[in-house]
Design a protein around this ligand. Structure first.
Ligand code: FES
Length: 140
């Protein structure tokens, strides 16, 4: 013998399930900003960028994410992302500095803050020098 559920109870159950589903979805939507607020982030896999251009000492290579500098003895890559609010930095060859077009922070080629409002130095990326193309691999 099957017992049928009255229409009103079915409707009440459907409303309850819908509310629970909305509550769970709302909770999940709030979870991400809460986790970011407390500083949790999923570590991302390092990005390796190949530079196929040779660099003579004293010159530089400009990519959208970094600037690769070369001297006689060393190579290094600094991020082009401003540490103030994230604008893309431009390199001024005449003054040998990186300048932010948004709020005019200045950074040295080594990534140090010369003039605010930025407070923190630029990220320095690991550079691997190779004898054949790609001549450099920058790990970001
Ligand atoms: S974003 Fe670069 S100084 Fe503000």
């Amino acid at each position: 013998m099957t017992k049928s559920i009255p229409q009103s109870k079915r409707k009440a159950r459907r409303v309850l399930l819908t509310r629970r589903a909305l509550l769970i979805l709302g909770g999940l939507a709030l979870l991400h900003p809460i986790l970011r607020f407390i500083g949790f982030h999923v570590p991302r896999k390092p990005l390796r960028v190949e530079v196929t251009q040779r660099l003579v000492p004293g010159k530089f290579f400009l990519s959208p994410q970094f600037i690769l500098f070369a001297t006689e003895s060393k190579f290094w890559a600094v991020s082009r992302k401003c540490t103030h609010l994230g604008c893309t930095l431009n390199y001024n060859e005449n003054e040998d500095i990186l300048i932010c077009p948004c709020h005019q922070s200045h950074f040295s080629k080594e990534g140090l803050v010369l003039h605010g409002p930025a407070q923190n130095p630029l990220k320095i990326y690991e550079v691997e020098k190779r004898e054949s193309s790609p001549f450099f691999i920058v790990t970001m």
